[in-house]
Write a protein that binds this ligand. Structure first.
Ligand code: 26Q
Length: 807
């Protein structure tokens, strides 16, 4: 059935009656939003059924994308857009007496992720569907997503994000497809009729209930599913304890189960060995593997061809337990021998690495695993033993290599090594990052199996991150490239380049940017009462707060501008509006101090009359997907200034570029590919390269830079003494000059300060020549096609999954 405005109207009215017992006149915005969601959900559910039938009938290989995070953001506009129903929905809603824009705006973000890794999973789900790949995403149905951030007296305060109130209209609970997960207990082995039987007993049971969210592709009938697992206890209450009057204890086990899917861990790029996190991971993995194998058996009646018909992609090591869990099911449940099970497992799992930061590599205490997952632990031990024998053989007993590559060592289980041993492919997420994995982090494993190590540079859903959020730019592109083919052929953006000397086109680009700046300023006023100077260059750094991302370097530069302005209050300058947005992990004290410093600086600058219409600094509260959607189209400068070698890829960098912002950045992550596309003339590069940074960090002396540069000294002293709010930041000053544990500042801020300031200066000078700037902006948009997720997914399909896709 094809839907038009009338059919949508009718369906919405029907939903209101059936679900809320009200008419469209009586319904409030929330009910209307949910009714619209349910109508689209129905359309997708129907197509989802058809997609699955076709997939099974044609015995296609399926992709299973496992990620502890899916940062989906809002869905109403996205789904309407992909289904080709955006305009009919707008009209239908309008005729029912509501404003579509208001409904879109009130939908809560599904914030089931921290940042890059989680958003990547969401973009990939869109592309896999658009390319007609049979794929399912899997994650946990966290009751509370990433916390909401408030700034109170300059400091971050975390509030719970209870998104399900309005956001659950997309979810379809399927209790009949629940799986049972076993924790703790004991493992016994016995011989039964010559068979070695493993018996796991006295375990605690937890139910995993799937809540499915359908995902529509663009320009296709294909629909995929995001399966979110909700944890519940199988027994409502312990009646024995209840009868004994021990009411609290009676519901203890139930509470234990519920807590597993309660909350998303808010640490980004940082590992902590918390037992609840391990429970989440196994809960997630076991439910998913049971569900996949069960469905496989339903179609094929056996698991012997499992690897031929399934590939499981794991988003970092967080779901690494799939390897022993799949082994467990193949051996204990399907009765296979080790070799056969290992062959299937190894060919069915592939691993993407997203970080080289030592503090982010997962290393679980063996004790925790042993107690929580006794059977899985046995299997890990066997995998580890066999892997170690192989390494020893290959490296002729070189114990240094054996130690580095070991899975279990010194009482810890190293998840990355488990993934390397048990997977068919390991990939990094940008050219530089994959090189660092091959030549440094996983060097010895790569020598052993060089074909296993691949690169797939990240990409973003350009339909969401350009067409949908920047309608002005979308219209211009369609006009200039003769239609909207670029939506499915992102390389078409290249055709824009023939307008690089067309003054009228460049002017329009500038006008679109200005309108987007005004629109963002309105939003900022509404959200936090701040009045942005829209005549200033919108110079933006939005991403998680982390020392390696160097928000502090940005701060140092702004302080240097401020000091110059104080020296020469009448100095002529291009107005600049510096925008920051960042959440800090609640336990990351230094990151929280940096937020406080940004707010102190903002307070100082925004209240000093000499800065009026020249310098402005704003910390944007609660940066999230839906804010990024407003901000990217309005940004002129994209700050991508991580210490080279530390940012695996970055994906915000791509969103900015696609919306015409120019990058000030280091040669790190995907900035390297960006620079390759743009050449020196269309990007503002600065700083040490990854090799130089690695070399310098072995004997880095911040004092050298401090003593050499008078401005840098003044800037640092300013941090130490603080600003008009009376707060001082000697701790951060110390950190930059001496590091937390000498010899330090691993992030080399002072070494890059000079060249960063110079790059900013080049950027501002370029901005004075608006035509030149607009030309560069156009080239950035025109050359951003390679950063479309469709390109990334085509590479995964081709080089790792070996599945066909729509070309
Ligand atoms: C691990 C164990 C326990 C608790 C939390 C974690 C954890 C959670 C999230 C560890 C890491 C993350 C997130 C990492 C992440 O977002 N990495 C980013 O991935 C992007 C997509 O590939 C890259 O573009 C970024 O460069 C990378 O930092």
């Amino acid at each position: 059935m094809t839907y038009n405005k009338e059919a949508l109207k009718e369906a919405i009215v029907q939903k209101l009656r059936l679900n809320y017992g009200c008419t469209e006149q009586q319904a409030n915005d929330g009910e209307m939003l949910k009714a619209c969601a349910m109508v689209l959900r129905d359309i997708m559910a129907e197509r989802g059924v058809q997609t699955r039938l076709d997939t099974n009938r044609q015995e296609k290989r399926k992709v299973h994308y496992m990620s502890m995070e899916f940062l989906m953001g809002r869905s109403l506009m996205k789904n309407a857009y992909n289904l080709g129903l955006l305009e009919p929905l707008r009209e239908a809603v309008g005729e029912l007496g509501f404003k579509a824009a208001d409904l879109f705006d009130m939908e809560p973000d599904a914030g089931l992720g921290n940042g890059g890794l989680g958003r990547l999973a969401a973009c990939y789900l869109d592309s896999m569907t658009t390319l007609d790949i049979p794929a399912t995403g899997y994650s946990i149905c966290y009751e509370l997503g990433i916390f909401k951030q408030k700034i109170v007296e300059g400091q971050q305060v975390e509030l719970p994000d209870d998104w399900k109130n309005l956001g659950d209209a997309w979810l379809m609970p399927k209790p009949q497809e629940a799986e049972e997960i076993h924790f703790g207990g004991k493992v016994r082995t016995r011989w039964d009729n010559g068979h070695h039987m493993v018996v796991h007993e006295d375990y605690t049971r937890v139910l995993a209930i799937p809540c499915d969210m359908e995902v529509a592709g663009y320009g296709t009938e294909h629909v995929n599913t995001l399966r979110l697992w909700d944890a519940k206890s199988p027994k409502p209450i312990d009646m024995q304890l209840f009868r004994a009057g021990q009411y609290l204890q009676a519901s203890e086990e139930q509470a234990m189960a519920d807590v597993i899917s309660k909350i998303l861990y808010p640490e980004d790029n940082h590992y902590e060995g918390k037992s609840l996190r391990l429970k989440q991971q196994y809960f997630f993995v076991s439910a998913t593997v049971q569900s996949i194998t069960r469905q496989h058996i339903e179609v094929y009646g056996t698991l012997k061809n499992f690897h031929e018909k399934n590939v499981i992609q794991i988003n970092d090591t967080h779901p690494a337990l799939v390897i022993p869990e799949l082994m467990r099911i193949l051996i204990d449940d399907a009765g296979m021998n080790w070799e056969e099970a290992w062959h299937i497992t190894k060919n069915a799992v592939a691993y993407t690495n997203h970080t080289v930061l030592a503090e982010a590599l997962e290393c679980w205490p063996q004790k925790l695993m042993e107690e929580l997952l006794p059977r899985v632990w046995q299997i890990i031990q066997e995998i580890s033993k066999r892997w170690q024998e192989r390494v020893e053989g290959f490296y002729h007993g070189d114990m240094q290599k054996v130690e580095k590559m070991a899975i279990i060592w010194g009482g810890s289980v190293r998840m990355a090594n488990l993934c390397i041993a048990g997977g068919t492919a390991v990939n990094g997420v940008s050219a530089l990052h994959s090189d660092i994995l091959r030549n440094d982090v996983f060097r010895d494993a790569c020598v052993m199996e060089p074909e296993k190590f691949k690169n797939v540079t990240n990409g973003i859903d350009h339909r969401r991150w350009l067409a949908q959020i920047n309608p002005g730019l979308d219209s211009l592109i369609c006009e200039l490239t003769g239609g909207n083919d670029y939506l499915t052929v992102p390389q078409k953006l290249r055709e824009l380049e023939s307008y690089a000397d067309d003054a009228a086109v460049l002017k329009r680009l500038e006008e679109i940017k200005q309108q987007n700046k005004e629109a963002f300023a309105k939003f900022a006023k509404r959200q936090q009462g701040v009045v942005l100077n829209t005549n200033g260059i919108f110079d933006v750094q939005v991403k998680r707060l982390h020392e390696y991302k160097r928000q502090l370097l940005n701060v140092l530069h702004i302080i240097s501008l401020y000091l110059q302005l104080k020296d020469h209050p009448d100095m002529e300058m291009v107005p600049q509006t510096f925008l920051f947005g960042a959440k800090a992990a609640p336990g990351y004290a230094v990151a929280k101090r940096i937020i406080q410093l940004i707010n102190s600086l903002a307070d100082e600058i925004n209240n000093n009359p000499i800065c009026k219409d020249k310098l402005q600094v704003v910390f944007l509260e609660n940066y999230r997907v839906s804010m990024a959607e407003m901000l990217m189209p309005a940004s002129e400068v994209s700050q991508q200034i991580s210490t080279a070698g530390k940012e695996a890829s970055g994906t915000g960098n791509m969103k900015f570029m696609m919306n015409g912002a120019l990058t000030v950045g280091t040669l790190d992550g995907a900035n390297v590919e960006m620079h390759e596309m743009l050449g020196d003339e269309n990007i503002f590069l600065f700083g040490l390269t990854a090799d130089e940074a690695a070399r310098l960090s072995t004997n880095y002396d911040p004092m050298l830079f401090y003593n050499r540069d008078g401005m840098l000294r003044r800037v640092l002293d300013q941090i130490k003494h603080g600003f008009r709010d009376g707060k001082t930041y000697e701790d951060l000053y110390q950190r930059l000059l001496y590091g937390a544990n000498c010899p330090a500042d691993q992030y080399l801020l002072l070494a890059d300060f000079g060249s960063y300031c110079a790059a900013e200066q080049r950027m501002v000078n370029t901005y004075r020549n608006r035509e030149q700037w607009n030309k560069m902006s156009l080239r950035n948009i025109a050359r951003s096609g390679i950063f479309a997720a469709d390109r990334s997914i085509a590479e995964y399909a081709e080089n790792i999954w070996h599945v066909p896709y729509k070309k």
